[in-house]
Ligand binder design. Structure first.
Ligand code: XIL
Length: 345
């Protein structure tokens, strides 16, 4: 049987996964490494390129795990999405506490950010296909205030101008990498859902950056969906991607998974016939894939993990408990969603 990567290749599409380095190196679980290599043509570091992993102590960079992933990708003829240069989460404690206690000034913080982007992009120069330069900079309709705005540590401390700066600094360090803005709740447009407004906000941001000559090459829609939410149609997702492409930008689905609420009596291994979650999950994966395939500027379709054995969902969504978010179950058996993606390809 053909792999996802072989099938995607016929469309010129790269299909990827986030990689958990501990799972990749777990000798007791060879299936993880085998599938990561055989099914995917692009990989993303799930955690090891984040600031807290790369520079846990100020001035001391820990490149090892990220370099290992780059090496894995090279051996398996895979492209690498770099994730992530600027985000408000998973920052090292020395940075956040230094800002909180005033020992790092605003001027110094800007210099620290510039140095970080320059050091990281330079270290991986020539090895990264797409960089997520700025991640999740925009608020959600349920945040306070509910009017969409630039949120988080960087906007609070530096103002929204850090976004343009970050793209310029990244471009200067590696002129060939494609530079992306990445976010969630921007997967669809025309859905009538409040997420439409976030898509429009990010569109306006990207349009203004382009107008100012800021070097942004793409917008990534993460694609963290859930079967219990209002589900999008292929047309709505394609409309969002096409909007961004209308600015001359590339697009990508960067962190696709579809979570379900876990209720007692429903087992992960239940067959599709008796488990409507598996069908709803497959339908959501399929909508995102079909929209990406329909838009030729959609360069890659990346899963945020491929097996329920190693998925961030149960750890991040526990009240109520959610899971079953990937295309292979905990025993590495392909689920309906996997077969659905194949038939879309
Ligand atoms: C998640 C990882 O999957 C977890 O292992 C980690 O504990 C927290 O971060 N959006 C992103 C990703 O851009 O970096 C996040 O990854 C998931 C949400």
């Amino acid at each position: 049987a053909q792999s996802l990567r072989e099938l995607a290749k016929r469309h010129g599409l790269y299909v990827g996964t986030a990689v958990d380095m501990a799972a990749l190196n777990d000798a007791a679980e060879p299936r993880y490494r085998e599938l990561a290599a055989s099914e995917f043509s692009t990989v993303t570091a799930e955690n090891v390129m984040k600031w807290e992993s790369l520079e846990p102590t100020r001035g001391t960079y820990n490149w090892g795990p990220a370099d290992e992933l780059i090496d894995f990708a090279r051996k398996n003829n895979q492209r690498v999405r770099g994730h992530v240069l600027v985000w408000h989460n998973q920052l090292p404690a020395w940075l956040t506490s230094g800002v909180a206690d005033g020992s790092i000034s605003k001027a110094e913080l800007r210099q620290i950010l510039r140095n970080h982007i320059t050091a990281v992009v330079t270290h991986f120069k020539g090895k990264i296909w797409q960089w997520d330069v700025v991640n999740e900079a925009v608020s959600d309709p349920w945040d306070t205030p509910s009017t969409l705005h630039y949120k988080g540590f960087w906007a609070q401390n530096l103002g929204p101008g850090y976004i343009a700066d970050a793209f310029r600094w990244a471009r200067a360090a590696d002129p060939k990498a494609l530079l992306f803005y990445n976010d969630y709740n921007i997967e669809a447009f025309g859905s009538g859902n409040p997420a439409d407004d976030k898509t429009q906000f990010v569109y306006n941001m990207a349009r203004d950056l382009r107008a100012k000559g800021v070097p942004i090459d793409g917008v990534g829609a993460q694609g963290h969906l859930g079967t219990q939410y209002g589900n999008f149609s292929t047309l709505q997702v394609a409309a969002a991607l096409r909007k961004f492409a209308g600015l001359g930008l590339a697009t990508a689905l960067t962190e696709v998974d579809v979570r379900s609420q876990i209720t007692e009596g429903v087992e992960a291994g239940d067959s599709a016939e008796i488990n409507p979650r598996l069908q709803a999950s497959a339908a959501n994966f399929s909508v995102l894939m079909q929209a990406c395939l329909a838009e030729r500027h959609c360069l890659s379709f990346t899963l945020w993990g491929f097996t329920d054995k190693h998925s961030w969902v149960p750890g991040a969504f526990s009240d109520p408990p959610e899971g079953l978010a990937t295309v292979y179950d905990e025993n590495y058996q392909p689920k309906l969603a996997y077969h659905e993606l194949k038939s879309d390809l």
